[in-house]
Design a protein around this ligand. Structure first.
Ligand SMILES: [Zn+2]
Ligand SMILES: [Zn+2]
Length: 386
């Protein structure tokens, strides 16, 4: 462990984390957050670039000739009310660091502090503080704005706290670790009428029910069962009263997958089923298929390097090299499309009263701040160590 849990730096990370937690800001509005992060990095003597993808920050620490790598933390909070009693709870109504990005920022700041003091590597480290991970794709915007042209890196690395794993453990694997996330919006248009005389209309409610069930055959009957696919209809809106068949029903949902080859076929498959069911009943439909984050796919070689770094910090027996991938999505995927790299999970669970991500009772586990920061340092030493 590079940083002990008792060290002054651990204490500092905790203070940073509590400050950030108390002042959450959401996608592309991380103005005070961005300024806080950039100011700390400037105090450390790093070369700091602000306002990348609106509120993003990149700080560069170079010790001369050598390879260049990038480490990324996300900065945004969620639009939700916090229900904790901690002293550092959110002071911004309706906003909360419910995904632990406050901890991610603090750990990367901690690593920057340590590395700027020790400079025990040869090369360049770019510390990326990315806005808008939740839904808004700040990672994509950063890449599109030329992140890796301005800050060339041979590889890029990310980390997320993972309350489902015990504190003091880490997990990673080559290939997909998080899913691709697409969304659907579907309008089924029938013919409204009297609820007692359904034969005189075309009932979009019954047709929608059939569509919802038919979509479930995609994961069970269309794709190889080894290829995980989720199609969830999560919202159904239609009708206003008991005895009127509505004109239309609007449904929304999410579509998850891992392999790009599978994802490419999903829109066409959904369209075929929806069009077919509607046609069978004389209804029409309008399907909007919106592609979201791609799958987060780790590079084989970089994953091995991360595994070595993680083993040095928590011990080989505490590093899971074959975790079950999550159907959740993560916009670090865009950075991994641009550069080889690896995204890892840092176990934070097992504390009394601990909650899962996006739960109103969630609070990042301070006991792992020094572990996450130590991992970043070990990773820099592993790749750039002199
Ligand atoms: Zn989240
Ligand atoms: Zn998150």
């Amino acid at each position: 462990m590079k940083i002990s849990s008792e060290s002054a730096l651990s204490q500092m990370m905790k203070e940073w984390r509590h400050h950030l937690h108390a002042h959450p800001e959401t996608a592309f509005e991380e103005i005070a957050t961005s300024d806080f992060v950039a100011s700390r990095l400037e105090e450390m003597g790093l070369n700091v670039s602000r306002n990348i993808a609106k509120t993003g920050v990149v700080a560069t620490l170079s010790t001369g000739d050598g390879p260049s790598i990038a480490l990324r933390a996300d900065m945004d909070a969620l639009n939700m009310d916090e229900h904790t009693n901690v002293a550092h709870r959110s002071t911004h109504a309706g906003k909360m660091h419910g995904c632990g990005h406050d901890g991610h920022m603090s750990m990367l700041l901690g690593a920057a502090q340590y590395l700027s003091e020790h400079k025990n590597f040869k090369g360049t480290v770019h510390f990326i503080f990315q806005p808008a991970e939740e839904n808004e794709g700040g990672g994509r915007v950063m890449v599109e704005e030329g992140l890796f042209d301005k800050f060339p890196a041979q590889a890029v690395f990310g980390m997320h706290n993972w309350p489902e794993m015990p504190a003091g453990t880490m997990a990673m694997k080559a290939g997909p670790l998080m899913a691709a996330c697409d969304t659907i919006e579907l309008k089924v248009m029938g013919k409204g009428g009297h609820g007692a005389m359904p034969h005189l209309g075309i009932d979009p409610v019954v047709i929608s029910a059939e569509i919802i069930l038919a979509l479930q055959t995609i994961s069970s009957r269309v794709f190889n069962p080894q290829d995980a696919v989720v199609v969830s209809v999560t919202q159904v809106n239609g009708g206003h009263t008991w005895n009127v068949i509505p004109e239309e029903v609007v449904m929304r949902g999410t579509v998850r997958s891992f392999r790009p080859e599978v994802r490419e076929q999903l829109e066409g498959t959904i369209r075929r089923i929806v069009d077919g069911v509607c046609a069978a009943h004389g209804a029409t439909c309008d399907l909007k298929y919106m592609s979201g984050y791609p799958a987060t796919i780790n590079d084989e070689e970089q994953t091995q390097i991360c595994a070595k770094a993680a083993s040095r910090v928590v011990g080989t027996d505490k590093v899971d090299l074959n975790p079950i991938a999550s159907m959740g999505a993560e916009d670090f995927a865009y950075m991994l499309q641009a550069k080889p790299g690896c995204y890892v999970w840092l176990g934070t669970g097992g504390i009394p009263g601990g909650c899962l991500l996006h739960n109103p009772g969630f609070d990042f586990n301070d006991d792992v701040l020094h572990i996450g920061a130590s991992y970043w340092i070990a990773l820099v030493e592993e790749i750039l160590g002199s």
